[in-house]
Write a protein that binds this ligand. Structure first.
Ligand code: SAH
Length: 250
């Protein structure tokens, strides 16, 4: 059996109880060494075999899983955040399907939710934005043209940009064409790690501030008026409104 596990954003206590139980009992552990905090592996079995997938190709990862399976061993494939977001999990699941190897996915706390916690903000403020766009700038992996940054920015929704802090200068310019230069933006570096850094600004100055802070990777760019202070109160907790659980108070 193979378990894909979302290891969370960094803080080992942000691993699910289920994910931790499986890691601690696994015979073989393959973890994404570039981003996963090794502390999530600290209670593993002493005899567990540990592989860092940063040094492996897809066929090598699959071969390790296949051999473990042949020996009746349990594999924990440990991804950063949640594996469904830029996790390259699909190609692994498809390869396992082809081999007839059974697997399960255990979700994790994605870095984008950890960033909201660090910022102490809500992405979906009434009257501001009810939509969250998760995207990235094109890098070695291209982004389909239909999702180009300018077209996403046109919605002025809450936007969270992964894998792109190295391009923040040019991105801010593209985004400002729709959002306007005064729109708040923030960069969260290593959310939930001891070395976490938060840089706050507007689309006008965020590039410069991030360069000054020396942030070049492992960071999220978040953009939108959700970072500001104007919004409407929620209907959910409005005394004038009834919900399935509560009568109106008037
Ligand atoms: N599956 C992961 C994302 C993997 S892509 C998740 O759900 O979070 C790697 C990118 O995620 C990084 O380039 C960075 O943009 C972001 N990232 C991952 N961990 C992060 C963290 N702790 N703080 C800020 N950004 C992080």
């Amino acid at each position: 059996m193979v378990y894909f596990i979302g290891a969370g954003p960094g803080d080992p206590e942000l691993l699910t109880i289920k994910g931790k139980r499986i890691i601690d009992q696994a015979d073989v552990i393959i973890y994404a060494g570039s981003l996963v905090n090794e502390d999530v592996l600290k209670d593993r079995k002493p005899q567990a075999r540990v592989y860092n997938s940063a040094y492996m190709t897809l066929p090598e990862v699959i071969r390790v899983m296949e051999e473990a399976e042949a020996d009746g061993l349990t594999t924990a494939r440990v991804h950063t955040g949640d594996p469904s977001i830029y996790g390259a999990i699909r190609e692994q699941m498809d390869a396992l399907d082809e081999l007839g190897i059974v697997y399960e996915v255990v979700p994790g706390v994605s870095s984008f939710v950890a960033a909201a916690a660090s910022l102490k903000k809500e992405y979906t403020l009434p009257g501001v934005s009810q939509t969250v766009i998760l995207t990235r700038a094109p890098g070695r992996t291209p982004v389909p043209e239909k999702e180009n940054m300018a077209s996403l920015a046109a919605h002025k929704a809450t936007m969270i940009i992964f894998l792109s802090v190295g391009q923040i200068g040019s991105l801010a310019g593209t985004l400002a064409e729709s959002y306007g230069w005064e729109t708040p933006a923030a960069v969260v570096y290593k959310a939930s790690w001891p070395e976490e850094k938060i840089v706050r600004g507007t689309l006008k100055d965020i590039g410069e501030k991030v360069a000054e802070a020396g942030i070049k990777k492992t960071a999220l760019i978040v953009v939108g008026e959700f970072l500001g202070n104007d919004y409407e109160l929620s209907k959910l907790y409005d005394a004038e409104f009834e919900t399935g659980y509560r009568k109106a108070s008037h």
